[in-house]
Design a protein around this ligand. Sequence first.
Ligand code: 5GP
Ligand code: ZN
Length: 113
Amino acid sequence: MDDCLFCGIVAGAVPAELVHETERTVAFRDIDPQAPTHVLVVPRDHHVNAVELAAADPATSAELVTAAAAVAAAEGHPDDYRLVLNTGPGAGQTVFHTHLHVLAGRPLTWPPG
Ligand code: 5GP
Ligand code: ZN
């Protein structure tokens, strides 16, 4: 999608600090980190949220999670991390290209805000 920020990052048109890539996913550091490790894992293809991705492309949906685990491990947090899929504006979604937040490196309280 032409006007999608994360499509731009996947295409290399928008700068980002990439930390991990697979056939179907790209992972890069969040520009406004909420934890020492805060990485976004996105599918290369455009889908507006996690549910649409899961319905359209289950293999990539699974790869998003395995890529997130690989990122957490590479960052030194193989066993303690949080994966977040904000879905819809009311839940805090601001970019409408599926992205899985990987948060680690500090105590993560529950419930989240
Ligand atoms: P959401 O609020 O949609 O769940 O998450 C969007 C995330 O994208 C936010 O955590 C925000 O900081 C991050 N973000 C927004 N613009 C950019 C950008 O240009 N580059 C990077 N790396 N992250 C961004
Ligand atoms: Zn997109």
